[in-house]
Design a protein around this ligand. Structure first.
Ligand SMILES: [Zn+2]
Ligand SMILES: [Zn+2]
Length: 99
């Protein structure tokens, strides 16, 4: 370890495949066909880097085929709540640990 605990690209692909097989609904715009995953709580803000519960589908470099937003670059490392104003049907904020 060199201080920074980055995911390797192999680990990222594994995690991404698992997340996207469960759902490909983008957390930012709410449309399907996400091709990337991102942290719901930014790792820089203390979010768990490897926890699948902290990862969600998002549109990557190709953007959303429906609304054409570049969701991942819009979100960057901001908290999801800052980005998602026009909330989707998925209540990500409740989190899987809520009863
Ligand atoms: Zn999107
Ligand atoms: Zn969209």
């Amino acid at each position: 370890m060199t201080g920074r605990d980055e995911l390797t690209s192999y680990e990222y692909r594994q995690i991404r495949a698992r997340i996207l097989s469960a759902s490909d609904i983008c957390i930012v715009c709410g449309h399907a066909a996400s091709d990337a995953v991102d942290h719901i709580h930014p790792v820089s803000k203390g979010g768990a880097r490897r926890d699948p519960d902290n990862l969600a589908p998002i549109h990557g470099v190709n953007g959303c085929p429906v609304c054409l937003r570049k969701c991942n670059s819009e979100k960057s490392d901001r908290p999801l709540a800052d980005v998602v104003q026009l909330v989707t049907s998925v209540d990500w904020f409740a989190g899987p640990s809520s009863p």
